[in-house]
Ligand binder design. Structure first.
Ligand code: SF4
Length: 265
């Protein structure tokens, strides 16, 4: 496909955040694609889960529509505004969501256009797709930030809506074929915040050929207001945050795997 053709590929997004220093190296622009196959109870972007546009009714009475159809070329016009910062910091474009794997043609167009413009690429992903889709996308991805949330299929199903079989199978495939793979573990109270579970995930991550590091992402409640704004009840209720002391203990458990580990990422 020519550059012109890629720039015309249409997709649906719900946000673009510039100047992010998370979600990949350097200073990055994060593009949030609509739609996700999971329903994690702690999801901080509930407006991104459904592919259909969602109206947020905010406290000040304003309404905001989450979900806009755009072309890859239009998105890249925003992304390229910060070329100077990418070049200075080693940053670039990150696709997030939602789950970019639900819009593979659009994701491929964005990633390819970025590479053609000399911009590095990263994705935040569940890895939940068929191997053909992964094989199409991986050559255009520099950094895969791959979520592994739980090793127990039943617990995964209970808190996320699907079991983990495909995620774990694909994790091995992605780690083997991606240029750089970091495993990210959203660390969630009442779900996976035990020494045993963090050890199990970390051991699994370390067993994969190609994983470079593991990041523990502490639970936060930053998205809880969005549930009210979309007429939903926050599924995590009042469950408290994990203390810094406990996060440091979980980090020590993860480090037993031998992988470079950190809190946050
Ligand atoms: S995978 Fe991410 S976007 Fe999808 S429901 Fe879970 S936290 Fe939300």
């Amino acid at each position: 496909m020519s550059e012109l053709d890629f720039s015309k590929v249409r997709g649906r997004i719900f946000d673009i955040q510039r100047f992010s220093v998370h979600d990949g190296p350097g200073i990055r622009t994060i593009v949030f694609l609509k739609g996700c196959m999971f329903r994690c109870r702690w999801c901080c972007n509930p407006e991104g889960q459904e592919y259909a546009p969602v109206t947020l009714y905010e406290k000040d009475g304003k309404q905001k529509l989450a979900g806009e159809d755009v072309t890859a070329g239009e998105v890249m016009q925003t992304v390229t505004k910060d070329m100077y910062y990418y070049q200075r910091s080693g940053g670039g474009l990150t696709l997030s969501g939602g789950e970019m794997l639900l819009q593979p043609d659009f994701a491929l167009a964005l990633l390819t256009l970025a590479h053609r413009m000399g911009i590095t690429t990263a994705v935040e992903t569940t890895g939940y797709a068929d191997k053909e889709t992964l094989s199409r996308l991986l050559p255009e991805i520099d950094y895969v930030l791959l979520d592994i949330k739980h090793m127990d299929p039943q617990k995964h199903l209970e808190f996320i809506g699907k079991d983990n079989k495909r995620v774990l199978e694909n994790a091995a495939f992605i780690a083997k074929h991606a240029k750089h793979t970091v495993i990210r573990v959203p660390t969630i109270p009442t779900f996976n915040d035990t020494d045993e579970e963090i050890r199990a995930i970390s051991r699994f991550a370390a067993s994969l050929d190609g994983v470079e590091a593991l990041h523990l992402l502490p639970y936060h409640r930053l998205g809880s207001d969005k549930y009210a704004a979309t007429g939903r009840t926050y599924p995590m209720g009042d469950i408290p945050l994990i203390s810094g002391e406990k996060m440091r203990r979980l980090l020590a458990c993860a480090q037993e795997s031998g992988l470079p580990c950190q809190i946050g990422g």
